[in-house]
Design a protein around this ligand. Structure first.
Ligand code: SF4
Length: 112
């Protein structure tokens, strides 16, 4: 029986050297969408929240950014110095926060 190529093979990725960045849903997207455009355009912010919510590495992204005290949209949450920015996340509904918490809380919800 012939070997069926794995999804990683089809994507040209090597499991041995794979990093979560290579699976980022936002790979190739305009960086401005994660900073300035997000801050200035609520419809863009809502759309970008959905990009993160569809990302397979949302959890890794959020906790890495929190550790690095990062700024901008990471893991579905706009961060400032690695902490959720109240003003820039103000457009999020309770339903969206619940979806974000569910994705980020595979083991804990106390970090967000
Ligand atoms: S969670 Fe959002 S910012 Fe992070 S890698 Fe995925 S799409 Fe990009």
């Amino acid at each position: 029986m012939p070997n069926t190529p794995s999804l990683l093979d089809e994507m040209g990725l090597d499991e041995a050297t794979l990093s979560w960045h290579q699976l980022a849903h936002c790979d190739g997207m305009d960086l401005g969408w994660f900073y300035k455009d997000y801050e200035e355009d609520e419809q863009m912010a809502i759309a970008m929240d959905e990009v993160c919510l569809a990302c397979p590495v949302m959890r890794e992204c959020f906790f890495d950014a929190a550790d690095m005290k990062d700024y901008g949209l990471r893991g579905g949450v706009f961060l400032d110095n690695g902490k959720p920015d109240k003003l820039r996340n103000a457009h999020k509904t309770e339903e969206v926060w619940a979806r974000i918490q569910e994705r980020l809380s595979a083991s804990s919800t106390s970090d967000i």
